[in-house]
Design a protein around this ligand. Sequence first.
Ligand code: IVH
Length: 650
Amino acid sequence: MNKADYINAVEKLNLYAKHYYVLDDPITTDEVYDKLYHEVVEYELHNSDEVLSSSPTQRVGDVISEGFTKEAHLSRMWSLEDIFDSEGLEKWLTKTYKLDANVTFYCEPKYDGASLNLIYENGKLTKGITRGDGSVGELITQNVKTIQSIPLEIAHKERIEIRGEVVIFKDEFEKINHARLNAGEAVFANPRNAAAGSLRQLDSSITASRNLVFLPYGVGENSLEFKLLHQLMEYIYELGFRRPPERAVCQGYEEIESIYKQMVQDRDHYAMMLDGMVVKVDQIAAQIDMGYTVKVPRFSVAYKFPAVEKITTIKEIILQVGRTGAVTPVALVEPTDIDGVVVERATLHNFDEIERKDIRLGDKVIILRSGDVIPKIIKVLTHERSGEELPYIRPVNCPVCSSELLDEGALLKCQNLTCDARVVNSIIYFASKPCLNIDGLGIKIVEQLFSNGLVSSVIDLFSLTLEKLLELEGFKEKKAQNLLDALNAAKGCDYWRFINALGIEHIGEVASKTLSERFGFAFVNATKDELLECDGIGEEMAESVLEFVRVNADTISTLEGLLEPKEPLKREEAEDNAFKEKTVVLTGTMSRSRGEIKEMLESLGAKVSGSVSKKTDFLIYGEDAGSKYDKAESLGVTTLTEEQMQEMLA
Ligand code: IVH
């Protein structure tokens, strides 16, 4: 790096920081920022007479923005030094042991959200302040009071600052973005931006609607007398704050490394996004002795996880046609390793979203891959355009059958019922887990059966024979027989599976169960009024059922003959038990899969629903229960552990 590069890097970092902190709209990844930041630090180390006063290294905290009243923290909110690998950890430990050779450590997740300072006086929450520049933040008390996991009163009566991170759980984030897409609004880039943006709303009712969660990680001003941090934190949790999903007291390099590795491995399973693990000296007296550098505490460090956001380039946009004819655009990107997985495709949501983001072929973009969700494009780096990028033109014809597409704005639809893509995908859907759950009938095999002319509808599946299958490439006796057995095993399926497998538009697993329980075999004769009386069935769904039954009466009865589904047990016919005819919601990790517990409860006549409402009778929770638990508590819904559920059944 020469002087010109340095000046350029400082300008870039300041631009990145403004987009990140002030506009809630980052234009690069943390990884790119950190790398450039470290290059700047390195340059300044060797050229101390050239350090620019505008350099981000000269800034003690982030920027504060206009809009809310400014409020000073009682004591400063620090940031953390980052380390990225075991070498970094070793160096940090060496430095720390030099200051005090007898310390132990407390490790907890580093949550990826927005930091918040809470001031309690006389046991009452009096102020909520964003981090701001570390000394002064924005007063957002009204918004903070809408967060269910923040107690408004605590048993501790002396003045105390409680610090933590405000996050949005991953499932909640997906829901918010889904709703925003449906409403034609721009989606949030990631849970962190969604959390920060939701916290700083001028209208608190918007904040309240976002299901934010507060996770405490420390205290500021306080009069506590604990000797060890982990005891202090236990006290904070006891006051009514959420516990971290994982924490550990440990000694030295080996133990810290092993907890770190475990946390990296588990990161996808946590409800919230984590971007690292924080290691803190456990002895509070030693913390005080060690003190702070200009920017960060010496007694703590952030051991970062591999990045889940990466910059790549869009090579092409391809189209996928689903079983309902909906055409979805998918971006093919320059293959990029994200946390150990090579990503080559990313979802673009829908056509409006391409236009809203102005995504062009050849654009540099930020992609996010977290957990097992499909990678998404969260940002176009328009400031990096060369001018060669090509705008995307909406297709007018189906990429598979060439028939003209119906343009519904966000969605394009192929209306040709015999379009190969629609047929193949409906067969795949028919065989999938929430439908007939036919083992061995996945995408590849269905495509092979279809392209060889063995099946052209779901009905044909039941005329497959050993001879026909053995003609196919890769099919030996055993594989062919297994497939026939699996098809045979679908006979006598639950009736709701049968309804679901039909693939009626807008009718998914939950609605299929409702229809099956309410009407049984007579669902084909249900009138519109009867349909509308069902819980959760609205106008659009009712119309869809009626239309489907009208057009496909023959197919339905043929399939019924082939599959001989079981007439469903009506809820009121179940034997008496505590859950009969009750609405139950499951959340968190339990000893068995939630699917199994759900089936068990349904067989007892319970209705298992996906979301908590006033109508919910019981919430049964396992480990790492998330926002559903908070919601149930706030609505006064009875919450049960898995053991308590078993006891009620015994
Ligand atoms: S401790 C005295 N612990 O990360 C040290 N910070 O990069 C103060 N963060 O501003 C921070 N999880 O907003 C700490 N378990 C955790 C954290 C955490 C997330 C955030 C926090 C802080 C930033 C520093």
